[in-house]
Each structure stands twice: as C-alpha cells, then as structure tokens.
Design a protein around this ligand. Structure first.
Ligand code: M6R
Length: 365
C-alpha cells in the first residue's frame, strides 16, 4: 500500500508531480484558466471589497501565501486567519467579504465553525478541499477540489502543494476577469502551469542532497527558518513540517524581524534555514544570512538557479529550485523543506507517519 516506499509521507511527497498535474490540468483549456465550478457565478467578485483566507495548520500557511499573492493580484485587502481565532475576533463579515476556507480533510472543526459564522453573517464562502463530499465542501457556496488523492501521513505534503496551486490559479483567474493582469504575464503563468509538475519532478531528483544535509544536521535541537514575503510563509510550513515529525524545536520568522529580538538566540552552531527565492527581496535575504553567519550560525539556504551563486556562496548547503514565475515559486520551494524534515525525522528514528499526540484530522475544538 505504500507503493514500495518506507513511509506514506515519502510516497505522498513523490506523488506531488501527479497530484499537481491532476489539480491543474482540468482547469486549463485553450490557453486559459477555467473554473467550471464557478460557471453559475461568473461575477464572484462583484461587490466584494475584502477576502479572508481561513484555515488551520499547513492550510493556514497556504492562506499566508495567498494573502501576498491575492492582495497583489486583486488590489483589495486579503487576510489570512487562523480558523480557531477567526470566530472569536471581529472579522468584517457581511456581503462585501468573501471567505475562502482551505482544508484537506474538509472536517476540521475550527474551520467548519468559521465557515458557519461567515455564512451566518452573510458572507459568501468558497472552499478549497481535498476530500469529496466532506462537511466543509457540503456547506460552502462554492467548492474547488484539489485532486491530490487520499493523504494518509499526518504531515501534509501533496495536499499543501495542490491547495497552493489552486489558490494561486484562482487569484490569477479572478485578476484576469477583473482586467488586473496584463496579457503577457497571464500567458506566461498559464504556460508555466502546464509544465509545473515537471519542475516539481526536477526538485525531487535531488534526494541525495536533502538526505546528506539532513544527516549533517539531525542532531541539532533547535532550528530557525527565516524568509521574507512568500518565503516567510514557506518558512512557517517548513518549520511546522520539521517540528511535527522530528520533534526538534523550530521557529519561523520574517527575516527582517530577527533583529527585533530573536537574533539573541543565534549562537555558534545554531542552524538557520534561510529561504531566499522571492526575487524582489533576495538581496535583503543575503544581508540577513550574512548577519546570522557573523554570529556563528550554520545556514542551509533555498534559492533559485538565478541567485544560486549570490546565496549559495554564503551558505553551508544550498537547495536550488528551477526558474519559474515568482507567483508559482512556493509550489517548488516547499518540496526540499518537506524532504529535509522527512530525512531528519528518519535519522532520529521517529514515527514519521503517525507523530506523537497528533491526529490526521482535528475534529475537536
Ligand atoms: O484537514 P485540514 O487541512 O483542515 O487540516 C488542517 C491542519 O490540521 C493540518 O494542516 C495540520 O497542520 C497538518 N498535520 C500539518 O502537516
């Protein structure tokens, strides 16, 4: 049932090219992004002045990526909210807010409760869900399914990448309808979506590097992830993956925030995973890497082919992802982080598919 892999997590990581292809392909036709699911409401954004992305855990980290992307694409305020906080805060709901709920299982109680609150207060709810016919899918006004297939490992991987790609596609689709994206950029993104699964395949080819790097660092007892903008969101996910399955204490920071406190924790030998793929801020990330290295940190970096030298020269190890439109980078960038966490947990002899104290879907508050 594990298809020859030692763990479901590894199997599901390796299934990502296919899962992403299955999620994208039915929504591309004649060089356009199409959402048949939204046919009955062609003006989804009519009267909408803000968007809330609501979810838990890794799905919330997808929401964080969505916040940066959708705000830029649509030019309206977009907020990523933890479902468990959402209904106890004072979100500005009502007809002019669109609520997007993201959930693999479609059964997470906190996300379900947020959905009900949003509907009760008159907002339209669209959900991004993996499990067909699940409670969240049933109660939403619109559902976009990720076609990741069943995910067994507690730590999510292929659900995360398919949710990310679907949310980004939705953003580009809406931007197109609202005439907020130029034809050239739109065509480029559509082209890159066609080949995205192959690029994920390329990232998966470097298993030995992730393995070797994990073997070098698995004994560390504290790790810091840093990044800016969408790379910060990615760091949140990388850090959760690591702590969830390896039980290593890890934290994620917006790189610019380090000097406001956390840098005091960096000492000789501290491991910092520096995410530096987001092109507009790569220079700034380089300075942050220099900053932590000068305090003795060991740095594992993630960057793109174009900035491999600039970032790689400052790091002990570097994971390189292929060139792709900035918007789609997180889909590639998360893969080395998943595998790094996986191999660290493997070295530490952890119960990878069923980490202690955790359930696949959390149906209690
Ligand atoms: O089924 P959901 O997507 O609603 O689950 C949300 C979180 O519980 C989930 O992403 C959790 O954080 C994962 N175990 C992370 O790997």
């Amino acid at each position: 049932e594990k298809g020859g892999y030692a763990h479901f997590m590894l199997k599901e990581i390796m299934e990502q090219p296919e899962a992403v292809r299955r999620t994208i392909q039915p929504r591309l036709a004649d060089g356009e992004i199409v959402f048949e699911e939204l046919e009955d409401e062609r003006d989804l954004m009519k009267g909408i002045s803000r968007i809330y992305l609501v979810a838990c855990g890794s799905a919330y980290h997808v929401g964080m990526i969505g916040k940066y992307a959708l705000e830029r694409l649509l030019g309206i305020p977009v907020e990523a909210c933890l479902a468990s906080e959402f209904r106890y805060s004072a979100p500005l709901l009502g007809e002019s807010a669109l609520v997007i709920v993201i959930s693999q299982s479609g059964e997470t109680l906190d996300s379900m409760a947020a959905l009900r609150e949003a509907k009760r207060r008159g907002s339209k709810v669209l959900s991004i869900v993996n499990v067909m016919g699940s409670s969240i899918a049933r109660e939403s006004d619109h559902v976009l399914y990720t076609w990741a297939g069943p995910e067994i490992a507690v730590a999510t991987t292929k659900a995360y990448t398919t949710q990310t790609v679907l949310l980004l596609m939705l953003g580009v689709y809406l931007a197109r309808r609202l005439d907020r994206i130029g034809n050239g950029e739109y065509q480029e993104i559509v082209r890159e979506l066609h080949g995205l699964h192959e690029r994920i395949g390329m990232v998966l080819k470097n298993l030995e590097l992730y393995q070797k790097t994990a073997a070098r660092y698995f004994n560390h007892d504290s790790v810091f992830y840093i990044g800016r903008n969408q790379d910060y969101a990615l760091g949140m996910e990388g850090s959760l993956k690591l702590k969830e399955i390896s039980y290593i204490h890890s934290e994620s920071y917006a790189a610019g925030e380090l000097k406001h406190g956390t840098i005091s924790l960096i000492e000789p030998g501290t491991l910092v995973v520096a995410l530096a793929a987001y092109e507009p801020l790569v220079e700034k990330m380089r300075s942050n890497i220099v900053e932590v290295r000068s305090r003795g940190a060991e740095v594992v970096a993630m960057t793109t082919e174009e900035t491999r030298d600039m970032i790689g020269s400052q790091a002990s190890e570097v994971f390189v992802i292929p060139k792709i439109h900035t918007l789609l980078q997180p889909v590639l960038g998360v893969v080395p982080l998943q595998l790094f966490a996986y191999y660290i947990a493997l070295n530490r002899g952890c119960d990878i598919d069923k980490p202690r104290n955790l359930a696949k879907s959390v149906t209690v508050e």
